[in-house]
Design a protein. Structure first.
Length: 292
């Protein structure tokens, strides 16, 4: 028997040939980052330093707030200078403004605007003190009332016995105040919103207490349409008062605010109208009904 023929072998491929030297030379060589010029390294280092500084600065500004100091540009009239103003704790700090001589008939708990220190509203508490109003202005972590919606609870329990209780707030503070009012409507006798409106999920339409909404005509921060639209979620007898020529930052003494409008009246005139509107609202409140 003849031997079997060997199996056919696959054709062998030639190994790939390197590209011509000229083609290799024409390709740009990539320079490692470590081999960058000193000028480029300095530029990168400077850019990184600026970016880091910006981030650190903003984080620090958010976390480290200015000190809470009483009496900073807070006296509006000689009579308001007679109010007793103290800094107290529960255990968080709050400003307590008590009439020097008038009988205290009303407790006003005021939630500051977002990123605004409580002392910015001391002027209003002093102005109301001559009408028998005790004003307490709590401080919040990071100056954001949203971090302590129910902060009013302890203050009302501490000072509200036998008094009409009004809950107030400016801007974000007003939104949070409305949220607390929805949670505990039995605790308050009136709601005061300054350039503020309730959140979409908050409905106070059937609440029994009255409310006052103040809107600055030239406000560039609070959307006038949202403020007016928010009236549908406030008590039926809510009154809207527009302050002619005023701006968002006129409700508190914290200086100009980015994005705000341009006022066409003086701060002093706007403050007089704010005080008058708040006094009228408080004077028309029904007798004390809440039970702290």
């Amino acid at each position: 028997m003849s031997a079997p023929s060997p199996a056919p072998q696959p054709p062998q491929r030639e190994p790939p040939q390197p590209p011509p030297a000229q083609a290799q030379a024409s390709r740009p060589r990539r320079r490692p980052l470590l081999h960058l010029s000193n000028r480029v390294k300095i530029w990168f280092a400077s850019l990184l330093s600026l970016a880091s500084g910006y981030v650190i600065s903003n984080v620090r500004e958010l976390a480290v707030r200015p000190p809470l100091v009483l009496g900073q540009d807070a006296v509006s009239t000689p009579a308001s200078a007679l109010a007793r103003v103290t800094l107290e704790h529960d255990p968080q700090p709050f400003i307590n403004i008590v009439p020097a001589s008038a009988e205290v008939k009303t407790l006003l708990v005021f939630y500051p605007g977002g990123r605004v220190r409580p002392q910015a509203y001391e002027w209003l508490g002093r102005a109301l003190a001559v009408r028998g109003v005790q004003t307490v202005i709590p401080a919040f972590p990071l100056d954001l009332a949203i971090t302590g919606t129910e902060r009013a609870e302890g203050l009302i329990a501490r000072y509200g016995a036998g008094k009409r209780v009004v809950l107030a707030g400016h801007s974000l503070g007003g939104t949070v105040a409305a949220q607390y009012a929805a949670l505990r409507p039995d605790k308050i006798d009136g709601l005061l919103l300054l350039a503020a409106y309730p959140a979409p999920n908050v409905n106070l339409h059937d609440a029994r207490f009255p409310a006052l909404s103040l809107l600055a005509e030239k406000d560039g921060v609070a959307d006038a349409g949202l403020v007016r639209g928010g009236l549908e979620r406030l008590p039926k007898n809510t009154r809207l008062t527009v302050l002619p020529g005023a701006v968002h930052s006129f409700f508190g003494r914290y200086g100009p605010q980015q994005g705000d409008g341009v006022p066409t009246v003086s701060r002093a005139r706007a403050e007089r109208e704010i005080v008058q509107a708040v006094e009228t609202f408080i004077d028309q409140l029904p007798p004390h009904a809440s039970q702290p």
